[in-house]
Design a protein around this ligand. Sequence first.
Ligand code: HAM
Length: 431
Amino acid sequence: MSKDVEPIRSVKGMRDLLPPETWLWQRVEEEARQVFHAYNFDEIRTPILEPTALFTRSVGADTDIVTKEMYTFCDRGEESLTLRPEATASVVRAYTEHALYNRGGIHKFYYLGPMFRRDRPQKGRYRQFYQIGAEVLGSDHPSIDAEGIELVALLLDRVGIRQYTLFINSVGCPNCRAEYVRVLRQALRGVAAQMCADCQRRAETNPLRVLDCKVPGDQPLIERLPHIIDYLDAECRHHFDRVTQQLRERGVAYTINPRLVRGLDYYTRTTFEVTSGVLGAQNSLLGGGRYDGLSEMIGGPAAPGFGFAIGQDRLVLAVEAAGQLKVECPLEVYVAWMGDGALAPAGELARQLRRSGQRVEIAYQPLKLKRSLAIANKLGARFVVIIGEGELASGRYQVKDMTTGEQEAVERAEIERYLQAKREEAAPSET
Ligand code: HAM
């Protein structure tokens, strides 16, 4: 490192994901893609930058995300842009922009990717973090909510997470919420003065957001506030009862949490969240709900929707803690060659094995056999193929099994089959 030049480090709260951790990230993504596929979801990829108004209008101008956490900048004096803090608004924007509603039916999308929130970094909370999410657009049927939550339960099971709590609530619709907000505002009038500055402001501007407050001193006061679930109108109540009934029928355990309003303004009716004790302070593993009015908020047609997002950083932490999902990406073959004449045939063998999908490494320069074996050992290679002058002359290469130490001379043409047979011997169930 240069003494004179200050080394450049990554931005605070934004981290590098390195191997072998990225193996686990990929594995979790594979499981998610398989589960989404099974439930007939298709992938959607939306831009990371969006017009700022997309989030102020949907997530809500009074939310923590919009007031404190967005990375917003003016694009060379032209337009206010924001690094997406979440993707639901983007998916609904894309749905409207491409008039997908004209095609009729229900649209089921999933996405994976980075989100940005300028929160205080700590374990499980980053300024660039990743979500695995899904959105279903075009129906307000309670079966959609129940199926989405069932999907979440299956995905958690597939990655080995069994210890968690699924909380559910209903935040009603604008119709019943008006009455609740009136009652809440009244209740807050007596106590707001004893609460944090944010709550004092929100008690006036957007009282529902008081329920998201995390300030410890405010909690006893918040616990005593009225519950939205007691103010649902008949249709919202019916929707909630149908969702919970279906969850029971589907064998998904849940706990009703009347305080669960979630920190985004677009929710209507169902809200849900999964928390896990292994995550520490940032215990929310995933969250979601229904958002039947979001499309109209951003200038689209009526398009009821339901979705969720899993925090992938936290999911990986929980997967590691559960220890059920084992991920290994061992090097299968190391090709060791000695003498310039061996480079081309060694390269040809490596190419052949790589084309058949095996993970192969080859020395880039001539090395002594001892050194090659040491490197192969360090890389964790299962086999080493040794090609020197003698092997070239006989047409039989030495194949060393690094787990047993056994070595055999194998006809060049037979090597791929030989390695395949050895692998099958070691793991007969995988073939
Ligand atoms: P959210 O609750 O804001 O919902 O985020 C979902 C998940 O993202 C959280 O449960 C958490 O695991 C993860 N997460 C949030 N912030 C951070 C952070 N700073 N660092 C690490 N992980 C984080 C939404 O984003 C909604 N769009 C979910 C949704 C989809 N609702 C309907 N459709």
